[in-house]
Design a protein around this ligand. Structure first.
Ligand code: FDA
Length: 395
């Protein structure tokens, strides 16, 4: 990576995660002189741990409806201008092999390290200067110039990009720096909250507590949103993709519903009575669910005898309960376990075309720091790439 003596740049980017690196390489390759700063000792740490070390780097389907934001339209422009195909083309230019796992989720065949190496290589092509292990001491703005003090160096530029992410996983170096900086420049910040996060349950949810370690394909519902994926029972509550997805839409106090048998038809229990009249509910459930879960659900439903001896009305009632098992989480496992942070720098403050602050010239915010949060499955990286790319085009 080039080393330049001058401390005057065209743009200073704070945060060398996915969004910051994409922004830096895009601006650098357009001939801008870019300084990229991170307090961590290596760039892209979240990329490295993502997707179980294989980085779910994008999703084939990224409509704006799969992103949460106070302004559901905000993400459209960036997502349209930098598409999954654009990132795939970059990945292929670097001969990184990949595969679709499920639901349009694309992963490296090898390692997430390949994605970080690719981004660093592209940054080098754009002569981006990278400062790692560098804590920002102060950021000031006067006469159209941003001044960033970092280590024993002071850098200046007419543009400053906030790309320091959200609060998720503080032990990996996540900080509220983006929000503090945004507020310092008068930008509104919507309360950050953990998203894509396991949910916790109280002692009264004895059904779930006895099932720690069991996983099942379910449908989760909260309000009018639903996800069909796996749920995992944990000793603290519930996790797994279906729960992480619905957690982003859940607000404290709300109920969540689980359909334990989304693959079965609307009258499956009455059908089972006709086909297997001598069976008990537990053994019918065990055909479709893990044995421990089948047993626990049968016990809680109160049906003991053979289906043939149970009135249809009662079976209909049990089926309704199994297809909409209601519970009220006590909370979430918090930022320590949240894959992303929802909320953040208000999109009202930013241009959706460039990510530049409407009222603070030269100030930009991208990636997870902004109030745009994707579903589980490569959506958040696609937002990091897209928002970074559009800002990089504007610098
Ligand atoms: P990101 O947090 O990546 O980068 C911010 C950078 O700023 C970091 O390098 C940090 O060190 C630096 N920084 C913070 N404070 C600073 C300060 N004060 N001074 C200087 N630097 C500072 N998404 C997805 O699409 N597919 C996936 O497979 C996964 N998997 C996944 C697994 C796990 C365990 C987590 C926690 C998250 C994911 N994600 C994911 C989410 C994804 O990692 C996340 O949305 C992006 O990394 C966000 O990119 P940003 O660049 O915005 O922030």
């Amino acid at each position: 990576m080039s080393t330049r003596a001058s401390s005057r740049y065209d743009a200073i980017i704070l945060g060398a995660g996915g969004a910051g690196m994409m922004c830096a390489l895009t601006a650098g390759q357009r001939g801008r002189k870019v300084l990229l700063i991170d307090h961590a000792d290596e760039p892209g740490k979240k990329i490295l741990i993502s997707g179980g070390g294989r980085c779910n780097f994008t999703n084939l389907h990224t409509p704006a409806e799969r992103y949460l934001s106070a302004n559901p339209h905000f993400a459209k422009s960036a997502l349209r201008r930098f598409r999954p195909e654009d990132f795939i083309a970059l990945v292929e230019r670097h001969h990184i092999s990949w595969h679709e796992k499920t639901l349009g989720q694309l992963f490296c065949d090898g390692s997430a390290r390949q994605i970080v190496a690719m981004l660093l290589d592209e940054c080098a092509k754009g002569h981006v200067e990278l400062r790692l292990g560098c804590s920002v001491r102060a950021v000031d703005h006067a006469d159209g110039t941003y001044r960033v003090s970092c280590g024993d160096e002071t850098a200046t530029a007419p543009a400053l990009v906030i790309a320091t992410g959200g609060l998720s996983i503080p032990k990996m170096g996540a900080t509220g720096f983006a929000y503090d900086l945004a507020r310092k420049f008068g930008l509104a910040v919507l309360a950050p909250r953990p998203a894509l996060v396991p949910l916790t349950l109280g002692k009264d949810e004895s059904l779930f507590q006895s099932l720690s370690g069991v996983s099942a394909d379910v449908m989760t519902r909260c309000g009018n949103v639903a996800f069909r994926e796996a749920a995992l029972f944990t000793h603290k509550g519930l996790s797994g993709p279906a729960i992480l997805q619905i957690s982003s839409y859940w607000t404290p106090g709300e109920e969540i519903g689980i359909d334990f048998l989304p693959q079965l038809g609307s009258a499956w229990l009455l059908d089972a009575k006709r086909s297997y009249p001598r069976s008990a509910l537990r053994s019918v459930l065990a055909h479709a669910l893990p044995a421990r879960l089948a047993e626990a659900l049968a016990e809680r439903s109160g049906l003991k005898g053979e289906l043939a001896n149970t009135p249809d009305r009662m079976l209909e009632q049990v089926q309704r309960r199994l297809s909409d098992w209601r519970f009220r989480p006590t909370g979430t496992e918090g930022f320590a376990k949240a894959e992303v942070t929802a909320g953040g720098i208000s999109t009202d403050e930013l241009s959706s075309q460039t990510m530049q602050a409407r009222n603070v010239s030269g100030l930009y915010a991208i990636g997870e720091a902004v109030d745009v949060t994707g579903w589980l499955g490569g959506y958040n990286f696609q937002w990091a790439w897209a928002s970074g790319w559009v800002a990089g085009q504007a610098l």
